[in-house]
Design a protein around this ligand. Structure first.
Ligand SMILES: [Zn+2]
Length: 448
């Protein structure tokens, strides 16, 4: 097994990592082997295609296109990039859409080594990105080296029985302080592997920066930080562990009455689920919302965890980022409506979302906007987090900006740069998390 060693890990850390891996791989194999249903699909399962759709330029046009069940991965002024199965692509063409297929990683063609070259714009390989097993080992290693600053807990299991973990970080992580809590969730969409790297970067940064960096130390002393490095382990393993990327987005839950696999976790949340044409009823779609809200175990694991942080009638988590790739965007609620304000989201609250969103964007160069400025989505995590729990929830779409820069599979050489790029944005959110209304000069609106 190749273990990716990158700049941020020291040789000592690497040694500890190797040791931890030897221990945890055995434990994990036992766990998955005994109570996880095997993923019986073979590589014959269709790899969705990536297409540029020309002449789609407004949010309304994009919403109409998305309503046909494609996931829109990137947007520019005159076109969008979508992922679609072949049947859907054919149907779109028959409706008059202009689709150009963009060559992507396919199992038979993906170079097995980054130095192997090839004709593909995709130059990353699965081994350059941390696998689920390696993530588990890395987290265990970090926790064992920083036992006062980090704890790890299993918050639930995926459809196939894999552990979904949350790491808690503070200056005394084993104590449940009465402090604002901030959640960072990652890798809900299987192929968005850079987001798992983002989680590991944050853990490493908070652990090693404590006592060294004044802002990090201050946040560790006054906040409780939760990091869920992989919300969709089945999808991640499916996309990565065969050695060839499969362009997979959803979870790996079968659908009754269909051979199509998977629910889009980010259309499965229980806030106005399926309300507004922003998700698909077709199990073959990349944006399939599932048969009911929270039908995906992974959705329920997240929402149960968030609900478990309501203590004394008060939600302890005040702010949240859900990390995705790609497009370099910072998005805020609501996604289900084009309106800036709606029931449960007043003008001051919109202004807070936009103000802090723009501050974060100024630090990382992403584009800040309301989620629906892209296209309508319903049942998304950020709509639920705000609409149901009043948590200031942002969705980040990380590097790159376009499909031609690597799309979901940029080269592993960008990992250090593109995770560190969000350091300041994360600190901005943490520093605002005790009173987000302060950002618009209305701290009196913060209840205590
Ligand atoms: Zn995503």
């Amino acid at each position: 097994m190749r273990i990716p060693l990158r700049g941020r890990f020291t040789a000592t850390a690497a040694a500890a990592l190797s040791l931890a891996m030897a221990v945890t791989l055995g434990a994990q194999a036992a766990a998955v082997g005994t109570d996880a249903a095997p993923d019986t699909r073979t590589t014959a399962e269709e790899i969705p295609g990536v297409y540029e759709v020309r002449g789609v330029s407004s949010a309304t046009q994009r919403s109409v296109l998305a309503a046909h069940g494609v996931s829109i991965d990137a947007v520019d002024d005159h076109s969008v990039t979508v992922t679609a199965d072949k049947a859907t692509a054919k149907r779109l063409r028959s409706m008059g859409y202009l689709l150009d297929e963009i060559p992507q990683a396919v199992p038979d063609a993906l170079p097995q080594d980054a130095s192997g070259g090839g004709d593909f714009s995709v130059t990353s390989t699965p081994s350059q990105y941390t696998s689920y097993a390696q993530m588990t080992a890395t987290v265990n290693s970090l926790v064992s080296r920083h036992p006062n600053l980090m704890t790890r807990q299993v918050i639930g299991r995926s459809h196939q029985g894999r552990e979904i973990i949350a790491v808690k970080m503070s200056n005394n992580a084993r104590v449940d302080h009465n402090r604002p809590e901030v959640l960072f969730s990652h890798n809900m969409h299987a192929r968005e592997h850079l987001t798992t790297e983002m989680a590991l970067y944050l853990m490493n940064e908070f652990a090693t920066g404590y006592g060294q960096d004044s802002r990090i130390t201050n946040m560790m002393n006054t906040r409780e930080i939760w990091i869920i490095p992989t919300l969709n382990p089945d999808g991640k393993v499916w996309d990565q562990d065969s050695g060839t990327f499969r362009n997979w987005r959803k979870n790996r839950q079968p659908n009754s009455g269909s051979t199509a696999i998977g629910t889009d976790i980010n259309r499965n949340f229980a806030y106005l689920w399926g309300c507004c044409g922003g998700s698909s009823t077709n199990p073959a779609s990349d944006t399939y919302r599932g048969p009911s809200a929270e039908s995906a175990p992974e959705t329920r694991v997240l929402t149960n965890f968030v609900r478990s942080r309501v203590i004394g009638g008060r939600q302890q988590i005040t702010a949240h980022i859900d990390f995705h790739t790609y497009s370099e965007l910072i998005l805020w609620p609501f996604g289900y409506t084009y309106n800036d304000t709606a029931t449960g989201l007043n003008q001051d609250q919109h202004n807070v979302f936009a103000t802090v969103g723009r501050q974060m964007a100024a630090s990382n160069g992403y584009r800040p906007q309301q989620s629906s400025d892209l296209y309508i989505t319903d049942g998304s995590i950020s709509d639920w987090m705000w609409g149901n729990q009043r948590i200031w929830s942002y969705t980040f779409e990380m590097y790159p900006r376009t499909a031609s820069q690597g799309g979901f599979y940029p080269p592993g050489s960008v990992i250090n740069r593109e995770t560190a790029r969000n350091r300041e944005a994360v600190l901005i959110l943490l520093e605002n998390a005790d009173c987000m209304y302060r950002s618009i000069g209305k701290p009196q609106l913060c209840t205590t």
